[in-house]
Write a protein that binds this ligand. Structure first.
Ligand code: 1GP
Length: 237
């Protein structure tokens, strides 16, 4: 069974998936660090995402290898740049930033990544990526130089997600941005999930289990947590 078919299956049975996001730039390249890190993961973790808006030290490949040696959890690349494509992960969210009009993040980075992806055995999960305002300027906004969609413009968010589905995306990722002050509102998640047949992933600014449960209740199949796990501010997962 592919990773995607497992995600789809979860959606169909109304289940919940939890991805912990690792920023390679903040990870120590040491097997002992990887071991200790994995030990701290919440018991409900189903996937590990690796990626960051930037990876200046090009650490992604090494972090993937360190984690692969220690865990059987699926490791999914969530790249902010084509140079984060590395063949040792299990899958890649092949993202296209549909909320903005910067061609570089709609198709440019993807073109640069395509050959390396083809030469790998990575499972490719085409994903429509929507940046939604989260109350602060996030790294995605800075790096992509696109404006987030307003949380008040639900219709445009739903229409964009739906267009992503018709373009053949297998998932839609509603992103408030790492460390967002405001997570994507459950009412928006609900409208998007009601309109789509593909799984919806939600991340950005989710800091406690109440917010996480609201996202699941609204129809999210997968929730992504980065910052709150990273800075140990989460204690009730
Ligand atoms: C960022 O959606 C992820 O791409 C996770 O965001 O770091 O705010 O949890 P946080």
């Amino acid at each position: 069974m592919t990773i995607y078919s497992q995600i789809k299956h979860k959606k169909e049975e109304g289940g919940k998936l939890l991805a912990i996001l690792i920023d390679p730039d903040k990870f120590e390249l040491d097997p002992a660090f990887a071991k200790a890190y994995l030990k701290k993961l919440p018991a409900t973790t189903t996937h590990i995402f690796i990626g960051g808006s930037t990876d200046p030290a090009r650490k992604t490949a090494t972090v993937v290898r360190l984690l692969k040696a220690e865990t059987s959890l699926p490791i999914i690349l969530f790249p902010g740049n084509y140079n984060q494509v590395t063949p040792d992960a299990d899958a890649i969210l092949f993202l296209s930033l549909l909320s903005g009009d910067n061609a570089e993040f709609l198709i440019g980075q993807q073109t640069k990544a395509a050959r390396a992806v083809q030469q790998s055995k990575l499972e490719v999960i085409p994903t429509g990526y929507l940046l939604i305002e989260g109350g602060s300027v996030t790294a995605v906004q800075r790096v992509s130089q696109t404006s987030p969609m307003s949380q008040g413009d639900v219709e445009r968010i739903v229409d964009t997600a739906l267009a992503g589905q018709y373009l053949g995306k297998k998932c839609i990722y509603l992103e408030a941005g790492s460390g967002a002050k405001t997570a994507v509102q459950p009412s928006i998640i609900k409208e998007v999930c009601n309109a789509l047949t593909i799984p919806v992933i939600v991340g950005g600014g989710i800091r406690n289990s109440t917010q996480m449960d609201l996202a699941y209740e609204a129809g999210a199949t997968m929730v992504v947590i980065g910052t709150a796990f990273e800075d140990n501010s989460w204690n009730d997962l």
